[in-house]
Design a protein around this ligand. Structure first.
Ligand SMILES: Nc1ncnc2c1ncn2[C@@H]1O[C@H](COP(=O)(O)OP(=O)(O)OP(=O)(O)O)[C@@H](O)[C@H]1O
Length: 316
Protein backbone atom coordinates (compact mmCIF):
# COMPACT_ATOMS: atom_id res chain seq x y z
CA UNK A 1 0.00 0.00 0.00
CA UNK A 2 2.81 2.43 0.98
CA UNK A 3 6.46 1.90 0.10
CA UNK A 4 9.22 4.32 0.98
CA UNK A 5 12.72 3.81 -0.26
CA UNK A 6 15.97 5.66 0.45
CA UNK A 7 14.31 8.89 1.53
CA UNK A 8 16.80 11.68 2.28
CA UNK A 9 16.11 15.24 3.35
CA UNK A 10 18.49 17.96 4.49
CA UNK A 11 17.61 21.28 6.11
CA UNK A 12 20.73 23.35 5.50
CA UNK A 13 23.54 21.07 6.63
CA UNK A 14 21.31 19.06 8.93
CA UNK A 15 20.25 15.62 7.68
CA UNK A 16 16.69 15.09 8.93
CA UNK A 17 16.20 11.89 6.88
CA UNK A 18 19.19 9.68 6.13
CA UNK A 19 17.89 7.01 3.77
CA UNK A 20 14.52 6.08 5.23
CA UNK A 21 13.06 2.74 4.09
CA UNK A 22 9.66 1.52 5.19
CA UNK A 23 6.74 -0.52 3.91
CA UNK A 24 3.15 -0.47 5.10
CA UNK A 25 1.11 -3.47 3.97
CA UNK A 26 -2.53 -3.15 2.98
CA UNK A 27 -4.83 -3.44 6.02
CA UNK A 28 -2.06 -2.67 8.53
CA UNK A 29 -2.32 -0.32 11.46
CA UNK A 30 1.28 0.82 11.34
CA UNK A 31 2.84 2.65 14.26
CA UNK A 32 5.57 5.07 13.20
CA UNK A 33 7.44 5.73 16.42
CA UNK A 34 10.51 7.72 17.33
CA UNK A 35 11.80 10.29 19.80
CA UNK A 36 11.33 14.02 19.29
CA UNK A 37 13.21 15.23 16.23
CA UNK A 38 13.69 11.73 14.76
CA UNK A 39 12.18 12.79 11.44
CA UNK A 40 8.57 11.55 11.64
CA UNK A 41 6.87 14.78 10.57
CA UNK A 42 9.44 15.37 7.82
CA UNK A 43 8.81 11.86 6.45
CA UNK A 44 5.03 12.24 6.73
CA UNK A 45 5.06 15.62 4.99
CA UNK A 46 6.99 14.04 2.12
CA UNK A 47 4.47 11.17 1.96
CA UNK A 48 1.64 13.71 1.89
CA UNK A 49 3.31 15.66 -0.91
CA UNK A 50 3.90 18.78 1.21
CA UNK A 51 7.67 18.56 1.15
CA UNK A 52 10.10 17.43 -1.54
CA UNK A 53 12.80 14.93 -0.60
CA UNK A 54 16.37 15.34 -1.81
CA UNK A 55 16.47 11.66 -2.73
CA UNK A 56 14.32 8.55 -2.55
CA UNK A 57 10.90 7.33 -3.60
CA UNK A 58 7.36 7.15 -2.22
CA UNK A 59 4.95 4.65 -3.72
CA UNK A 60 1.26 4.69 -2.83
CA UNK A 61 -0.91 1.86 -4.18
CA UNK A 62 1.86 0.89 -6.59
CA UNK A 63 2.19 4.41 -8.07
CA UNK A 64 5.06 6.87 -7.79
CA UNK A 65 3.48 9.42 -5.45
CA UNK A 66 6.22 12.00 -5.99
CA UNK A 67 5.68 12.11 -9.75
CA UNK A 68 1.91 11.59 -9.85
CA UNK A 69 0.91 13.77 -6.92
CA UNK A 70 -2.66 14.49 -7.97
CA UNK A 71 -3.48 10.79 -8.44
CA UNK A 72 -1.75 9.90 -5.18
CA UNK A 73 -3.81 12.49 -3.29
CA UNK A 74 -7.01 10.55 -4.03
CA UNK A 75 -5.53 7.46 -2.40
CA UNK A 76 -4.85 8.83 1.07
CA UNK A 77 -6.24 11.08 3.79
CA UNK A 78 -3.85 13.13 5.92
CA UNK A 79 -4.25 14.34 9.49
CA UNK A 80 -1.45 16.84 10.25
CA UNK A 81 0.08 17.36 13.67
CA UNK A 82 -1.15 20.93 13.82
CA UNK A 83 -4.66 22.07 13.19
CA UNK A 84 -5.11 25.20 11.01
CA UNK A 85 -7.18 28.23 11.99
CA UNK A 86 -10.81 28.18 10.90
CA UNK A 87 -12.39 30.68 13.27
CA UNK A 88 -15.10 31.73 10.85
CA UNK A 89 -16.35 28.25 9.99
CA UNK A 90 -18.83 26.04 11.75
CA UNK A 91 -18.14 22.30 11.88
CA UNK A 92 -20.73 21.50 9.19
CA UNK A 93 -19.43 24.30 6.92
CA UNK A 94 -15.86 23.13 7.41
CA UNK A 95 -16.76 19.60 6.36
CA UNK A 96 -18.86 20.76 3.40
CA UNK A 97 -16.03 23.01 2.23
CA UNK A 98 -13.61 20.07 2.10
CA UNK A 99 -16.27 17.83 0.56
CA UNK A 100 -16.68 20.36 -2.25
CA UNK A 101 -12.90 20.27 -2.80
CA UNK A 102 -13.38 16.61 -3.72
CA UNK A 103 -16.35 17.38 -5.97
CA UNK A 104 -18.92 16.30 -3.39
CA UNK A 105 -21.53 19.03 -3.22
CA UNK A 106 -25.29 19.37 -2.78
CA UNK A 107 -27.27 16.59 -1.13
CA UNK A 108 -24.57 13.99 -1.73
CA UNK A 109 -21.93 16.14 -0.06
CA UNK A 110 -24.19 16.95 2.91
CA UNK A 111 -25.04 13.28 3.39
CA UNK A 112 -21.37 12.25 3.33
CA UNK A 113 -20.51 14.96 5.87
CA UNK A 114 -23.34 13.87 8.17
CA UNK A 115 -22.22 10.23 7.99
CA UNK A 116 -18.64 11.16 8.83
CA UNK A 117 -19.57 13.51 11.68
CA UNK A 118 -21.65 10.68 13.07
CA UNK A 119 -18.74 8.24 12.69
CA UNK A 120 -16.39 10.52 14.64
CA UNK A 121 -19.13 11.32 17.18
CA UNK A 122 -19.40 15.01 16.38
CA UNK A 123 -22.96 15.17 15.04
CA UNK A 124 -24.07 17.17 18.06
CA UNK A 125 -21.36 19.78 17.34
CA UNK A 126 -22.25 20.36 13.69
CA UNK A 127 -23.40 23.94 14.36
CA UNK A 128 -20.52 24.88 16.65
CA UNK A 129 -17.64 27.04 15.46
CA UNK A 130 -14.57 24.90 14.74
CA UNK A 131 -12.45 27.05 17.02
CA UNK A 132 -14.73 26.36 19.98
CA UNK A 133 -13.97 22.60 19.84
CA UNK A 134 -11.59 20.93 22.26
CA UNK A 135 -8.28 19.56 20.93
CA UNK A 136 -9.64 16.00 20.89
CA UNK A 137 -12.75 17.09 19.00
CA UNK A 138 -10.63 19.02 16.50
CA UNK A 139 -8.56 15.91 15.87
CA UNK A 140 -11.74 13.88 15.31
CA UNK A 141 -12.97 16.55 12.92
CA UNK A 142 -9.65 16.41 11.11
CA UNK A 143 -10.03 12.63 10.87
CA UNK A 144 -13.54 13.05 9.40
CA UNK A 145 -12.15 15.55 6.90
CA UNK A 146 -9.37 13.14 5.91
CA UNK A 147 -12.02 10.46 5.24
CA UNK A 148 -14.20 12.59 2.95
CA UNK A 149 -13.04 11.00 -0.30
CA UNK A 150 -13.04 7.50 1.22
CA UNK A 151 -9.28 6.89 0.81
CA UNK A 152 -7.73 3.46 1.34
CA UNK A 153 -4.82 4.91 3.31
CA UNK A 154 -4.84 7.25 6.29
CA UNK A 155 -1.70 9.07 7.43
CA UNK A 156 -1.89 10.62 10.89
CA UNK A 157 0.87 12.69 12.48
CA UNK A 158 0.81 12.50 16.30
CA UNK A 159 -3.00 12.68 16.37
CA UNK A 160 -3.33 12.02 20.09
CA UNK A 161 -0.77 14.49 21.43
CA UNK A 162 -2.32 16.84 23.95
CA UNK A 163 -5.37 14.62 24.50
CA UNK A 164 -6.42 13.40 27.93
CA UNK A 165 -6.23 9.60 28.53
CA UNK A 166 -9.96 8.98 27.90
CA UNK A 167 -9.99 10.97 24.64
CA UNK A 168 -6.86 9.14 23.53
CA UNK A 169 -8.47 5.80 24.23
CA UNK A 170 -11.59 6.77 22.24
CA UNK A 171 -9.48 8.03 19.36
CA UNK A 172 -7.47 4.81 19.29
CA UNK A 173 -10.70 2.78 19.27
CA UNK A 174 -11.83 4.83 16.28
CA UNK A 175 -8.62 4.00 14.44
CA UNK A 176 -9.01 0.30 15.23
CA UNK A 177 -12.58 0.39 13.88
CA UNK A 178 -11.41 2.09 10.68
CA UNK A 179 -8.71 -0.54 10.29
CA UNK A 180 -11.28 -3.30 10.80
CA UNK A 181 -13.37 -1.65 8.07
CA UNK A 182 -10.44 -2.12 5.68
CA UNK A 183 -8.45 1.11 5.89
CA UNK A 184 -4.66 1.01 6.01
CA UNK A 185 -3.42 3.40 8.68
CA UNK A 186 -0.03 4.93 9.42
CA UNK A 187 0.01 6.75 12.74
CA UNK A 188 3.00 8.46 14.30
CA UNK A 189 3.83 9.02 17.95
CA UNK A 190 6.84 9.54 20.17
CA UNK A 191 5.16 7.37 22.81
CA UNK A 192 5.70 3.70 22.12
CA UNK A 193 3.21 2.38 24.65
CA UNK A 194 0.58 4.52 22.95
CA UNK A 195 0.86 2.44 19.79
CA UNK A 196 2.18 -0.93 20.92
CA UNK A 197 -1.23 -2.18 22.10
CA UNK A 198 -3.19 -1.21 19.00
CA UNK A 199 -0.80 -1.52 16.04
CA UNK A 200 -0.36 -4.60 13.87
CA UNK A 201 3.03 -3.38 12.67
CA UNK A 202 5.63 -0.95 13.87
CA UNK A 203 8.56 1.04 12.51
CA UNK A 204 10.93 2.75 14.92
CA UNK A 205 12.73 5.76 13.46
CA UNK A 206 15.77 7.32 15.02
CA UNK A 207 17.92 10.12 13.61
CA UNK A 208 16.27 9.88 10.20
CA UNK A 209 16.46 6.11 9.73
CA UNK A 210 14.32 3.09 10.57
CA UNK A 211 16.13 1.15 13.29
CA UNK A 212 13.55 -1.58 13.95
CA UNK A 213 10.46 -2.60 12.00
CA UNK A 214 8.10 -5.48 11.51
CA UNK A 215 5.00 -7.23 12.68
CA UNK A 216 4.18 -6.24 16.25
CA UNK A 217 3.57 -9.78 17.52
CA UNK A 218 6.78 -11.06 15.89
CA UNK A 219 8.84 -8.22 17.37
CA UNK A 220 7.37 -8.92 20.80
CA UNK A 221 8.20 -12.60 20.33
CA UNK A 222 11.80 -11.69 19.44
CA UNK A 223 12.04 -9.45 22.48
CA UNK A 224 10.66 -12.30 24.57
CA UNK A 225 13.18 -14.74 23.13
CA UNK A 226 16.04 -12.47 24.14
CA UNK A 227 14.75 -12.15 27.70
CA UNK A 228 16.05 -14.47 30.43
CA UNK A 229 14.39 -17.67 31.54
CA UNK A 230 13.17 -17.69 35.11
CA UNK A 231 13.48 -21.16 36.59
CA UNK A 232 12.19 -22.00 40.06
CA UNK A 233 13.19 -25.22 41.84
CA UNK A 234 11.58 -26.76 44.92
CA UNK A 235 14.45 -27.16 47.38
CA UNK A 236 18.15 -26.67 46.74
CA UNK A 237 19.24 -25.62 43.24
CA UNK A 238 22.87 -26.79 43.07
CA UNK A 239 22.18 -29.87 40.89
CA UNK A 240 19.98 -27.82 38.56
CA UNK A 241 22.73 -25.20 38.16
CA UNK A 242 25.20 -28.00 37.34
CA UNK A 243 22.92 -29.19 34.52
CA UNK A 244 22.33 -25.66 33.25
CA UNK A 245 26.08 -25.00 33.13
CA UNK A 246 26.57 -27.97 30.79
CA UNK A 247 24.07 -26.62 28.21
CA UNK A 248 25.95 -24.64 25.49
CA UNK A 249 22.88 -22.42 24.89
CA UNK A 250 23.05 -21.13 28.46
CA UNK A 251 25.03 -17.86 28.46
CA UNK A 252 24.86 -16.71 32.09
CA UNK A 253 23.28 -17.92 35.32
CA UNK A 254 22.28 -15.75 38.27
CA UNK A 255 20.16 -16.18 41.38
CA UNK A 256 17.39 -13.70 42.21
CA UNK A 257 15.34 -14.51 45.31
CA UNK A 258 13.92 -17.98 44.61
CA UNK A 259 14.54 -17.85 40.85
CA UNK A 260 17.48 -18.96 38.77
CA UNK A 261 17.86 -16.35 36.03
CA UNK A 262 19.25 -17.89 32.86
CA UNK A 263 20.29 -16.04 29.72
CA UNK A 264 19.41 -18.67 27.19
CA UNK A 265 19.84 -18.51 23.41
CA UNK A 266 17.17 -20.79 22.07
CA UNK A 267 13.63 -21.01 20.72
CA UNK A 268 10.65 -22.72 22.34
CA UNK A 269 11.82 -26.17 21.23
CA UNK A 270 15.20 -25.51 22.89
CA UNK A 271 13.44 -24.30 26.04
CA UNK A 272 11.41 -27.53 26.12
CA UNK A 273 14.63 -29.57 25.79
CA UNK A 274 16.22 -27.68 28.67
CA UNK A 275 13.17 -28.24 30.85
CA UNK A 276 13.17 -31.93 29.91
CA UNK A 277 16.84 -32.31 30.91
CA UNK A 278 16.05 -30.88 34.35
CA UNK A 279 12.98 -33.09 34.81
CA UNK A 280 14.88 -36.16 33.58
CA UNK A 281 17.46 -35.59 36.32
CA UNK A 282 14.59 -35.69 38.85
CA UNK A 283 14.77 -31.97 39.68
CA UNK A 284 11.44 -30.67 41.01
CA UNK A 285 10.90 -27.65 38.72
CA UNK A 286 8.00 -25.54 39.96
CA UNK A 287 8.42 -22.63 37.57
CA UNK A 288 9.86 -22.26 34.07
CA UNK A 289 9.03 -19.13 32.14
CA UNK A 290 10.55 -16.46 29.90
CA UNK A 291 10.53 -13.02 31.47
CA UNK A 292 7.87 -10.96 29.69
CA UNK A 293 8.95 -8.93 26.66
CA UNK A 294 9.65 -5.30 27.31
CA UNK A 295 9.45 -3.49 24.01
CA UNK A 296 9.90 -0.15 25.70
CA UNK A 297 13.31 -1.01 27.09
CA UNK A 298 14.35 -2.01 23.55
CA UNK A 299 13.02 1.34 22.31
CA UNK A 300 15.04 3.08 25.02
CA UNK A 301 18.19 1.18 24.10
CA UNK A 302 18.00 1.88 20.37
CA UNK A 303 16.95 5.49 20.62
CA UNK A 304 18.81 6.64 23.69
CA UNK A 305 21.22 9.42 22.95
CA UNK A 306 21.42 12.89 24.34
CA UNK A 307 19.36 14.77 21.79
CA UNK A 308 16.19 12.69 21.94
CA UNK A 309 13.80 12.50 24.82
CA UNK A 310 11.63 9.41 24.83
CA UNK A 311 8.35 9.39 26.70
CA UNK A 312 7.40 5.88 27.65
CA UNK A 313 4.02 6.18 29.20
CA UNK A 314 0.86 7.84 28.00
CA UNK A 315 0.97 10.15 31.02
CA UNK A 316 3.19 12.78 29.36
N1 LIG B 1 11.87 23.39 8.14
C1 LIG B 1 12.89 22.98 8.87
N2 LIG B 1 14.04 23.67 8.92
C2 LIG B 1 15.10 23.23 9.64
N3 LIG B 1 15.09 22.10 10.37
C3 LIG B 1 13.97 21.37 10.36
C4 LIG B 1 12.81 21.76 9.62
N4 LIG B 1 11.85 20.84 9.80
C5 LIG B 1 12.37 19.90 10.62
N5 LIG B 1 13.63 20.22 10.96
C6 LIG B 1 14.54 19.44 11.82
O1 LIG B 1 14.55 18.10 11.35
C7 LIG B 1 14.54 17.19 12.44
C8 LIG B 1 13.35 16.26 12.32
O2 LIG B 1 12.17 17.02 12.59
P1 LIG B 1 10.73 16.36 12.57
O3 LIG B 1 9.75 17.43 12.85
O4 LIG B 1 10.57 15.59 11.32
O5 LIG B 1 10.85 15.34 13.80
P2 LIG B 1 9.70 14.51 14.54
O6 LIG B 1 10.19 13.12 14.65
O7 LIG B 1 8.40 14.73 13.87
O8 LIG B 1 9.71 15.19 15.97
P3 LIG B 1 8.51 15.45 17.03
O9 LIG B 1 8.17 14.13 17.67
O10 LIG B 1 9.11 16.37 18.00
O11 LIG B 1 7.35 16.05 16.27
C9 LIG B 1 14.53 18.03 13.71
O12 LIG B 1 15.85 18.15 14.19
C10 LIG B 1 14.01 19.37 13.24
O13 LIG B 1 14.54 20.42 14.03
Amino acid sequence: MLKIHGLKKKFGNFEALRGLDMEVEEGALYGFVGPNGAGKTTAIKIMAGLLKPDEGSVEICGKDALRFREEAKDQFGYVPDEFGMYDNLKVREYMEFFASCYGLSGLMGRKRCEELLDQVKLSDRADFFVDSLSRGMKQRLCLARALIHDPGLLILDEPTSGMDPRTRMEFKEMLKELCAEGKTILVSSHILSELSQMCTDIGIIDAGKIVLSGNMAEILQKVNDSNPLLIRICGESRTAIGILKKDPRVQTIAIRDEDIIVNFHGNRQAEAELLYSLMEAGIPVSGFIREQGDLESIFMQITSHDKGKVVLSSEE
